[in-house]
Design a protein around this ligand. Sequence first.
Ligand code: SF4
Ligand code: SF4
Length: 380
Amino acid sequence: MGEYIKELPDVFSEFSEQRRQSFLTAMEYKKQGKPLVGAFCTYLPMELPLAAGASVVSLCSVSDETIPAAEQDLPRNLCPLIKASYGFAKTDKCPYFYFSDLVIGETTCDGKKKMYEFLSQFKPIHVMELPHTQSEQALQLWKSELYRLKAALEERFHTEITEEKLRAAVRLRNQVRRSMIEFYDTMQMDPPPMSGMDCYNVLNGAPFRFDLENLAKELTELAARLRERGSLPERKPRILLTGCPIGGVYKKVISALEQSAYVVAFENCGGAKATHELVDEDADDIYEALARRYLNIGCSCMTPNPNRMTLLRKMIEDYKIDGVVEVVLQTCLTYSVESGLIRQMVTKDLGVPYISIETDYSMADTAQLQTRLGAFTEML
Ligand code: SF4
Ligand code: SF4
């Protein structure tokens, strides 16, 4: 009998269920005594926990369920990502937070770094000091923070992070990155081979897989199958999403856009921002290579933030983008301010239509988004 090959819709729905399903795997891991590290941000150099034998899981919450509980401690005018993540942790409703032996945070935006102080009241937390520029001095500071994280992981997990283990982790994470890129690059086809919703479900589910070698293999195979299947039948305007992480709002945003367009590119964390650059595997100084790669991330907490502009320009060209949609989570100051610069570059330099929307994790603005985003895609 030949090997059973899953239908593509089944593969997509498996990835979309991954976040929910993986907590059983996390529980199994804990029973076997394997360490788990919780992360809130793309700046965490995941190779270090991996080299310490730990799996990394994202703790960024995507539902507004626990926001009222969070607002008992935190101010209301804080972004929904911070409030939801803190709320799930505080109310013990996030299995990944519950199972995490250590949470690692970085000093990115002010709200997040102050939230860590509350979190440290009920979970061991290690906060890395992230510089907010990408100068050579900043690189040296960030590199020293990688060494400090190494020491913290070694102490907590009673292990030694050797150079050999770290280089193996770098190669493995690069392999996952390459396969993610192969997968989402299929959206450069015109029309794309799948909807933006299917694409994002895979991107969103992949970080909840702990079997990294298999994940890389599956994503590469999925990319090959999509190329073989070819484009969807109808041509529609091609949208790029940028801005804040969209895990908690993607369903309403993508469905509103895909009434009459395809979302073909995701620049946000969760998409290209987190994945597009590899770590130099052959560098003599692997810590410096790691520090450089992670410091290069184009988050709006950097000032200036040229790498976001460079990546956006490249993606707008590579994916033949007809319109750019910036998603700003309510009260996110850095992305909100930076959106003015993005608008300037996209509309004035590149002549591409742009719209910025502000939203939160509730469903209250669904109809309004459908109207606004529908009107935007209609005019493309
Ligand atoms: S947008 Fe910035 S702060 Fe938020 S997860 Fe990404 S890198 Fe971290
Ligand atoms: S969305 Fe903005 S305010 Fe919220 S955690 Fe990210 S950078 Fe901070």
